[in-house]
Design a protein around this ligand. Structure first.
Ligand SMILES: O=C(O)CCC(=O)C(=O)O
Ligand SMILES: [Fe+2]
Length: 367
């Protein structure tokens, strides 16, 4: 049975506390008298959007070991599975990926310690410009937002050059290992996805310069919220890169849009949650759509997620893969844009569903 998502038409009164733009949500959520959310956190959801029940859908699963060490038949089946997952969902879970479970757990624990640093310690990593290598903050882009999101974050550029906060002790070394391991998984998946599009498995690697591809580490914290149905952790959006690999603590909250409904993702143990992003849509000339997703909050438990975003190199001008185009039946549907410029547009504005893709999509002239 589908349930109706909350609407803003019957907003109960929200509290008058007006936090400064820089108040972290972790601090705000700890205020002892917080029974209602400040009005500038009240987010309007679309009343027409519903949530699918668990029985209605099953998220695709990709067995990574079949891609890397399966027989040729198993690999080709895994590539077909990738094709279907990218086309039908833009989202899948990856199992048997070889990244040690202990490393994934250690990352979540260290992330918790990071958010437990004092306000002053975290302030050191505030960052201002969207391409600053280390940026810690709240909401998405408070200087542009009228409504804030129930979220604190740390964003770090970890490839082609590895940057990282020097606190808490050991977090940087651990993350360096995690970033290398997840990048390897992402590149293998992208090879498989290249093949699933019908081009060579290293075609994407070469044309998008993945040797110096951008990798961003995005840590999200969503503390308990007294009125979770009125607030939003991260609003519906698509990611800017090619593929994002996400893990979380045990608390659910990620929802992906599928056939017009929101699907809450319940990860298999030790799996990566993978979503396709805008540059895969552009590269595939729209065959694989970047998936719209959001993070909802709850009133009991703190949720944490760690998203690793993988994209082309910043200097690459991306356009649909020429090997996939044909002037008559499949003309380019997106104009070329440098990845760096796209990223600045997406990160420097309000987070919106696919707003940036609209800037590069070729408008079809109506006759
Ligand atoms: O927290 C989540 O599950 C979603 C995070 C996300 O979409 C992002 O960081 O881009
Ligand atoms: Fe995202």
């Amino acid at each position: 049975m589908a349930t109706t998502a909350p609407t803003t038409t019957q907003l109960p009164p929200t509290s008058d506390v007006q936090p400064s733009k820089m108040t972290s949500i972790k601090t705000l959520a700890k205020s002892p008298d917080l029974k209602t959310i400040p009005s500038n956190y009240a987010y309007s959801t679309n009343p027409d959007e519903t949530t699918a029940s668990d029985q209605e859908v099953s998220v695709p699963i990709i067995d990574f070991s079949l891609l890397t060490s399966g027989t040729p038949e198993q690999r080709s089946k895994a590539i077909q599975d990738l094709n279907k997952a990218c086309q039908d969902w833009g989202f899948f879970m990856v199992v048997n990926h070889g990244v040690p479970e202990a490393l994934m757990k250690a990352m979540i624990n260290a992330s918790d310690e990071f958010f437990n640093l004092s306000k002053e310690e975290k302030q050191e990593f505030a960052g201002k410009y969207v391409l600053d290598p280390i940026r810690c903050g709240t909401s998405f882009n408070p200087s542009k937002e009228k409504v804030f999101f129930w979220r604190d974050f740390l964003k770090v550029i970890v490839h082609p050059e590895f940057h990282f906060p020097n606190k808490p002790i050991g977090f940087s070394e651990l993350s360096s290992e995690y970033c290398k391991r997840t990048r390897k998984v992402a590149r293998e998946l992208l090879k498989g996805i290249s093949e699933s599009l019908g081009v060579d498995n290293n075609y994407m690697e070469k044309t998008l310069n993945l040797d110096s591809g951008l990798q961003i580490f995005i840590l999200n914290l969503y503390p308990p919220c007294p009125q979770p149905e009125l607030a939003m952790g991260l609003p519906p959006h698509s990611d800017h890169g090619l593929l994002t690999l996400l893990i979380q603590n045990e608390v659910p909250g990620l929802q992906v849009q599928h056939n017009g409904k929101w699907v809450t993702v319940n990860p298999l143990p030790n799996s990566f949650l993978v979503n396709t992003a805008d540059h895969l849509e552009i590269f595939s000339n729209g065959k694989y759509k970047s998936v719209v997703h959001r993070a909802v909050v709850n009133n009991r438990l703190t949720r944490m997620s760690l998203a690793m975003a993988h994209g082309p190199s910043l200097e690459t001008t991306v356009s649909p893969a020429s090997n996939l185009l044909d002037s008559e039946n499949n003309p380019p549907a997106y104009i070329p844009m440098k990845y760096k410029q796209y990223l600045e547009l997406q990160q420097g504005n309000q987070l919106d569903r696919k707003s940036c893709l609209g800037r590069v999509r070729v408008r079809v002239q109506s006759e």
